[in-house]
Write a protein that binds this ligand. Structure first.
Ligand code: AHR
Length: 515
């Protein structure tokens, strides 16, 4: 059995988690909206067509902010199509996913759904085929109280009070060749600035996120962020980051090591943002919105998984079935986000239902939790507070991660990967939550956690996600094949917690004062 050691001290902190760190994303993509969270006629649907079985799982998952309506979809979206009488709304071709968009669900339905779920809405404006004028009109429709054509239109549509949406994304992945209306960094930055000006004139209380690169593996990564921030620095509060991890190479150790690349990515974007600030002698700090993150590969590259011929409505695309192994890599991403809570102040799991999602549904049938549901629910329900800076002693291994879009060499060397990846959150009072990923495939890890200045702790909860079959998944017929089980070998003595983590496992521990 491997041995590792973690030292925590309540005075060694990284930062306090922002509630927006625990967000997710719903796009007009496949069955995410239609047949996912919205399905009139479903046995659990309410009067507005919102599936209540999905809503119950969303509440359990506990996301805090929801990004909408895309994603790639937003780069061709006309927000006007999705408001007003449903019968009068147009059907349109969606170039992002080669589907037909019926527009039965639009901005007002999204806002209502968010309010019902107790989630903050985040909206993206189309900077692919549109620009400042349409974005200004959109925010006027949403946030202006009354007395203008568009605010009164919203009221006439039945939403008297303004929506008060605070967080807005200035487009999506505008560097991506797959984007409708892709742009160079200069082109994007110029339109982003002009759009930001107009949107803030309409509502000075908003926060704006500029698009970062579509991924660290884009050839333009770095240059893109620098150029975009040089232009937009005075106009935005946020820069976005996106990452999807893969196991194309079927190399589990490398796959489980790959969340560490997310740590590098975050630190690189922080360095670029702060370099732009330094050149201006500015104390302003641009915060990071990691507004797309997940594991995604089985349904990513092959055309037949991305699109269905014939422009169907809500085709079953990107319906990735997540395995035990995926949940582990996903858990590593959760830890990376928590450990950068000082600068990653917003993050959105992409996505929420059916399309690369923690929640799956059958249209007309049941809803169930995918394997990745669990690390997210652990983080969101137990990871809020002051993130501590853990000192970790663990054996390490080396790996080479396969990144097919890598600019030079598709193999990224990861020479020092600790078997144990850890985040620790002081959740208030003397309570602590620990999130532990054991990347060792062959043997358990005995971990000792010394938690200084947390006297008299007891184990309030110890849950582990583990299965001998790393390819096991949850399905309609076996929805609970992978779910957390109690971790038995765990105890606290004299401020030292000892636990035996099974090989290839994700564990959440809650420690509370023993009073
Ligand atoms: O989340 C799926 C897609 O991935 C999004 O639409 C896009 O922004 C990204 O490329």
């Amino acid at each position: 059995m491997r041995k590792s050691r973690v030292l925590l001290d309540r005075d060694f902190t990284i930062g306090t988690t922002d509630p927006r760190l625990f967000g997710a994303f719903v796009e007009h993509l496949g069955r995410c909206i239609y047949g996912g969270l919205y399905e009139p006629g479903h046995p659990t649907a309410d009067a507005q067509g919102f599936r209540q079985d999905v809503m119950a799982l969303v509440r359990e998952l506990a996301p805090t902010i929801m990004r909408y309506p895309g994603g790639n979809f937003v780069s061709g979206y006309r927000w006007e199509d999705g408001v007003g009488r449903q019968e009068a709304r147009p059907h349109r071709l969606d170039y992002a996913w080669l589907s037909t968009e019926p527009n039965l669900f639009g901005t007002n339905e999204f806002i209502d759904w968010c309010r019902m779920a107790g989630i903050e809405p985040m909206l993206a404006v189309n900077l692919g085929t549109r620009g400042a004028e349409e974005a200004g009109r959109f925010i006027e429709y949403c946030n202006h109280p009354a007395g203008t054509e568009l605010s009164d239109l919203r009221r006439a549509h039945g939403w008297d009070a303004p929506h008060g949406v605070r967080f807005w994304c200035l487009g999506n992945e505008m560097d991506g060749s797959w984007q409708t209306g892709a742009k160079t960094a200069e082109e994007y930055a110029r339109v982003a600035v002009e759009t930001a000006k107009v949107m803030r004139w309409v509502d000075p209380g908003i926060e704006l996120a500029a698009c970062g690169s579509s991924g660290r593996n884009m050839g333009s990564f770095g240059e893109w962020e620098t150029t975009v921030l040089e232009h937009t620095f005075d106009y935005v509060e946020w820069i976005s980051l996106h990452t999807y991890l893969n196991d194309y190479a079927q190399d589990t150790p490398a796959f489980l090591a790959s969340p560490d690349l997310m740590d590098h990515f975050i630190e690189e974007v922080v360095a670029i943002a702060d370099a732009v600030a330094a050149r201006r002698r500015s104390r302003k700090r641009i915060m990071l919105s990691f507004d797309e993150w997940n594991v995604w590969y089985r349904t990513r590259r092959r055309e037949e998984n991305r699109t269905v011929p014939g422009w169907p409505v809500a085709p079953p695309i990107l319906e990735e079935q997540y395995t035990m192994k995926d949940a582990l890599a996903f858990g590593g991403m959760v830890i990376s986000l928590l450990n950068h809570a000082d600068r990653v102040r917003c993050a959105c799991l992409a996505q929420l239902v059916n399309a690369i999602a923690p929640i799956m549904t059958e249209t007309g049938g049941p809803a169930w939790r995918q394997t990745i549901f669990w690390p997210f629910a652990h983080m969101s329900n137990h990871g809020r507070g002051q993130v501590l800076r853990p000192l970790v002693e663990s054996d390490a291994y080396s790996a080479a991660y396969h990144d097919p879009r890598g600019p030079n060499d598709p193999k990224i060397p990861l020479p020092e990967v600790p078997y144990l990846k850890v985040a620790a959150v002081h959740t208030g009072g003397h309570a602590l939550s620990l999130f532990l990923l054991n990347r060792g495939l062959d043997q358990p890890t005995r971990v000792e956690v010394e938690s200084r200045s947390f006297p008299g702790l007891r184990v309030a909860a110890a849950e582990t996600l583990h299965d001998h079959d790393l390819d096991a998944a949850n399905t309609r017929d076996a929805p609970d094949r992978i779910r957390p089980a109690p971790l038995r070998e765990v105890a606290v003595r004299n401020q030292v917690l000892s636990a035996t983590l099974p090989p290839a496992s994700w564990t959440m521990l809650r420690l509370e004062p023993d009073s």
